[in-house]
Design a protein around this ligand. Sequence first.
Ligand SMILES: C[S@@+](CC[C@H](N)C(=O)[O-])C[C@H]1O[C@@H](n2cnc3c(N)ncnc32)[C@H](O)[C@@H]1O
Length: 174
Amino acid sequence: MKVPERVRWAVGGLGLRGDERVLEVGGGPGVSAGLICAALTTGRLLAVDRSPTATRATTERNAPHVEAGRLQVLRRALADLDAADVAAALGDRADVALAVDVNVFWVDDAPVEAAVLHRVLGPGAVLHVLYGAGGPTPPDRVVPRVRAALGAAGFVDLADVVEEPGFGVRARRP
Ligand SMILES: C[S@@+](CC[C@H](N)C(=O)[O-])C[C@H]1O[C@@H](n2cnc3c(N)ncnc32)[C@H](O)[C@@H]1O
């Protein structure tokens, strides 16, 4: 499967060193999971998606990473993810989290989802909530709503991202 430009951009923007504990929410078919795992050495990825089709595809596409213990795939709505799920997969809270084209952060106020991310990320962790460019909704409708949702949950250092391949917000968990 061809890697969509937004996915390559979003994963590249994580700046992974290789040892991070990464949480991805809503990875869909698992193309991003493959790129993330390829950038990990001692690190691990927990890929969470509420869709059984997505989790199946992610597992199948990335079978060698699952077998190597680098990737765990979990079918779960973000609102239902708890700290024990993350600790079981990653051994601790996450250092980095990513969501690409997951609309809950701007179509709703997403207080539960943002609070879950705050809970399962460790201090200093960076959260990337990003959207591919070229969709029907322009950045100026999306970015302020994502920023508000993350700010209300206690994330800090909120940085708007508006680049050619996509847009969104990067934030730090204090
Ligand atoms: C539009 S697709 C994007 C897939 C991939 N990130 C990409 O950019 O190609 C959104 C994905 O997020 C998942 N998703 C949406 N809301 C979710 C939620 N609240 N909790 C977990 N997964 C969610 C959907 O099941 C779907 O797989």
